[in-house]
Design a protein around this ligand. Sequence first.
Ligand code: PGA
Length: 252
Amino acid sequence: MARRKFIAGNWKMHKTVAEALALVRDLKRLLSQVRDCEVVVAPPYTALYPVAKALEDSSIKVAAQEMFYEEKGAFTGAVCGPMLKEAGCTYTLVGHSERRQLFGETLESSGKRVKAAFKAGLIPIFCIGETLAERKANETMKVVAEQLDAGIARLDGESFKKIVIAYEPVWAIGTGVVATPAQAQEVHKMIRERLHARDSKAAEVIPLLYGGSVKADNAKELLGQADIDGALVGGASLDAESFAGIVKARST
Ligand code: PGA
């Protein structure tokens, strides 16, 4: 069965509200004809609501970059799922390597976030991937499997089949060093097999995205791999033409 293509742009800590609105205005224009691909943008918190408003008449969806698993309380600086849902988000990233490495997110807390996202009516785009040291030590499959298992452990069958997973080798993020299509496919295949062990029907429809230095000129080959259904794009999503170029480069 053909899985739908899925391209998400992670803006990280970039774009004021005014800049964010200018970017989505251009994206709407450039992508108005795209029907067979789920297109998602993940602005910083401050721009979520205005961007979601600006996209109301478009098929482009909005994701948060992170959410806390508690629903309310004395958690200074944190934002919960229900707030993101109300602000207009359909998705939220969970477990991005920058959250794991710079903000102390753990295997345990990523699983709680995935579960809490579904509870709030959001779809998690769950990010996993090995560091360069782990790859060099031949631990890629073990590390990625461990992260995957921690993320899906708490899910019931209904939620499980809706999750989106992004494989992002940490050494490829923001470095300009992209995984070869074969390297990426090898890990995606392992992820797909692991999802199969849990629920074969669901495993066939869950979108698996690749992330790490995706650009318009390498997207087509990556997305042509059997188990790569889309991309999570950082740097190249900050410019409308380059992000639209990636969406247009997807193989259908
Ligand atoms: P990059 O970031 O495309 O700039 O490598 C990808 C990501 O962090 O999701």
